[in-house]
Design a binder for this molecule. Structure first.
Ligand code: ADP
Ligand code: MG
Length: 609
């Protein structure tokens, strides 16, 4: 049977995967029975862990537990957001020769470096495994979602992460677009009446507000706003600070000196925060948190709301900004849809509802799953699956930043304004500024600043050999073309001369080379093989232990056996335990050999019973 196409919401803190099956979208549960999986990868002396397992052990292994890779992807080391984020990460980050951030961990006693693409590929690979186990087929084709504000290089890097994981990334789409697809399918997207829907995606690390227009199956993102540093983690941090102060007051001790204690406190704060979304008071109970002191305390929802008052206010400000950008009044919003785990917080919902003058918020789609759901719908559509409703869906995305060229005086001349729907094609005409100018440098920028060089340079090329003409006579036509994946081609033409040149903006800066990607694909396979081997070893060890203990118990309890046989078993068992202590990390073969050895001792005794 051909593999299925899946949709993956590759989140900063949690990821989610879904598939079209049995005429509907199903959210795929992971090996722990959870519908979302932490975007965590951990390295230990013996193994590599991804997802829940990595998250569980984080407090014990802070420096080798990697998360937030999405914050690094497609960025340079010197990027100010990277420099700022770094201060809060327990894992080590270094800069390689090409100004790419590399995560440094200790794996099996050796220092290893990983790029953000590789860490993300490990999370994607985990989502692939989860899907394959669920579906019983191989999975290759995927749609992966990214935030709407991701620039070209962040999108390309996400695609590379998919390639390293051995996936075929059919399409990268914007998270709000995916959520809108989920909403549209739920609410009947084929309605011919246009609806303006505001998606409020409050996740683990970010807030993304998007205004989307849905009409007759067409999903159009009109405007986006948000804060790349406002999410559940910030709320957790607020709580951690609150409790650190409480601890200081109660015990006159500062736990901030112990990263492990802070890590354990943070884990408990996150749990408490989730509880406070459904109950008004909860407890924090951590034994021997710091210098042997147990920390037992309570927190009420009202206190939590007060601690985070400022952050919640910022959320509403972003909603306001999004409406302003779209030049829309609150009253023209038909629906407000909650997306992201943090949108479950009652105070956030209350503030939003107040902002929209008491309007009921839409909660019919699960906030943690809406994005993966929409991605899976698109995956089904692109692979020719799904029903008519899925097949009839049309999508429009927008450009997150304005795109333009640099003109005289370092002016940013915008050709495609931000929030323009794609695919799109726009042409502008320019006049060379000097008499008899025969060559023009076309420099392409993205950004909102009026000085071109304050924006981000995407690429440049020279149009040479323009026939000499007096100033104001020669004309240069510049054309910007953006395809469905958001990839841009820029061309320039000296009007009436046939002289033309173009480039595809590939954002090569900080991108992985083909060779690097190939090496990473090989590494990924190697790590996977090691994971499987480790699993086999652990299983063989468990089987051996189970066998030895059950034989011991059976023989000990047997009434008809001679003392000598029982002693023989006890001796064999004792020496086995000693052997195991010394060979904890042995290979599956060794455990199997040991099992055979024990059998030759135990079987004859059992036979006498
Ligand atoms: P991402 O930003 O990675 O897409 P999610 O949308 O899954 O992540 O949101 C994860 C965040 O949501 C985490 O910070 C988590 O603590 C928070 N969260 C999950 N459930 C709840 C809840 N019931 N109440 C409050 N916060 C929650
Ligand atoms: Mg998300």
């Amino acid at each position: 049977m051909a593999g299925k196409a899946i949709g993956i919401d590759l989140g900063t803190t949690y990821s989610c995967v879904a598939v079209w099956r049995h005429d509907r979208i199903e959210i795929i549960v992971n090996d722990q029975g959870n519908r979302t999986t932490p975007s965590y990868v951990a390295f230990t002396d013996t193994e590599r862990l991804v997802g829940d397992a990595a998250n569980y052990q984080a407090a014990r292994n802070l420096i080798n537990t990697v998360f937030d890779a999405k914050r690094l992807i497609g960025r340079e080391f010197s990027d100010s957001t990277v420099q700022n984020d770094m201060k809060y990460w327990p894992f080590k980050l270094i800069c390689d020769a090409t100004n790419k951030p590399m995560i440094v961990v200790n794996y099996k006693g050796e220092e290893k470096q990983f790029s953000a693409e590789e860490i993300s590929s490990m999370v994607l690979s985990k989502m692939k495994d989860i899907s394959e186990a669920f579906l019983g087929t191989t999975v290759k084709d995927v749609v992966v979602t990214v935030p709407a504000y991701f620039n070209d290089s962040q999108r390309q890097a996400t695609k590379d992460a998919g390639i390293i994981a051995g996936l075929n990334v059919m399409r990268i789409i914007n998270e709000p677009t995916a959520a809108a697809i989920a909403y549209g399918l739920d609410k009947g997207s084929t309605s011919s009446v246009a609806k303006n829907v505001l998606f409020f995606d409050f996740g683990g690390g970010t807030l993304d507000v998007s205004l989307v227009r849905i009409k007759g199956g067409i999903v159009e993102v009109k405007a986006i706003a948000g804060d790349t540093h406002l999410g559940g983690q910030d709320l957790d941090n607020g709580m951690v600070n609150h409790f650190m102060n409480e601890f200081k007051q109660k015990y006159k001790k500062d736990i901030s000196r112990s990263p492990r204690a802070v890590g354990r406190l943070r884990t408990q704060c996150e749990r408490a925060k989730r509880n406070l979304s459904s109950i008004v008071e909860t407890t924090i109970e951590i034994e021997a948190l710091f210098e042997g002191i147990d920390f037992f305390t309570t927190i009420r929802r009202a206190k939590f709301d007060e601690i985070n008052k400022g952050l919640f206010r910022k959320c509403v400000e972003q909603v306001e900004k999004c409406l302003q950008d779209a030049k829309m009044e609150k009253s023209s919003i038909h629906d407000v849809v909650l997306v992201g785990g943090s949108s479950r917080i009652p105070k956030v919902q209350e503030l939003l509802q107040d902002f929209f003058n008491g309007k009921e918020l839409c909660k019919s789609i699960s906030p943690d799953e809406a994005v993966a759901y929409g991605a899976a719908v698109l995956a089904a559509k692109l692979s020719g699956n799904g029903n008519d409703k899925v097949q009839n869906l049309v999508l429009w995305d927008v450009t997150p930043l304005s795109l333009g060229v640099r003109t005289t005086g370092d002016i940013m001349s915008i050709i495609i304004p931000r929030n323009t729907t794609i695919p799109t094609r726009r042409i502008e005409e320019y006049f060379p500024v000097e008499d008899n100018q025969t060559n023009v440098l076309i420099r392409v920028y993205e950004g909102e600043r009026s000085r071109a060089t304050d924006n981000n340079l995407l690429g440049q090329f020279n149009l040479k050999g323009i026939p000499a003409a007096p100033r104001g006579v020669a004309k240069i036509k510049v054309c910007f073309d953006i395809d469905v994946n958001g990839i841009m081609t820029v061309s320039a033409e000296a009007t009436g001369t046939g002289l033309k040149k173009n480039i595809t903006i590939t954002n090569d800066n900080g991108r992985l080379s083909r060779v690097e990607i190939e090496n990473m694909i090989m590494d990924a396979k190697k790590y996977k093989q090691e994971d499987e081997e480790h699993k086999k070893n652990v299983e063989a060890k468990n089987a051996l232990e189970d066998y030895a203990y059950s034989m011991r118990d059976t023989i000990r309890c047997a009434v008809r056996l001679r003392r000598a046989d029982k002693n023989k078993m006890e001796d064999a068992f004792e020496s086995f335990i000693q052997w195991l202590e010394l060979n904890k990390h042995a290979k599956a073969d060794d455990f199997e050999d040991k099992m055979m050895e024990l059998k030759t001792i135990f079987d004859p005794i059992i036979a006498k019973m």
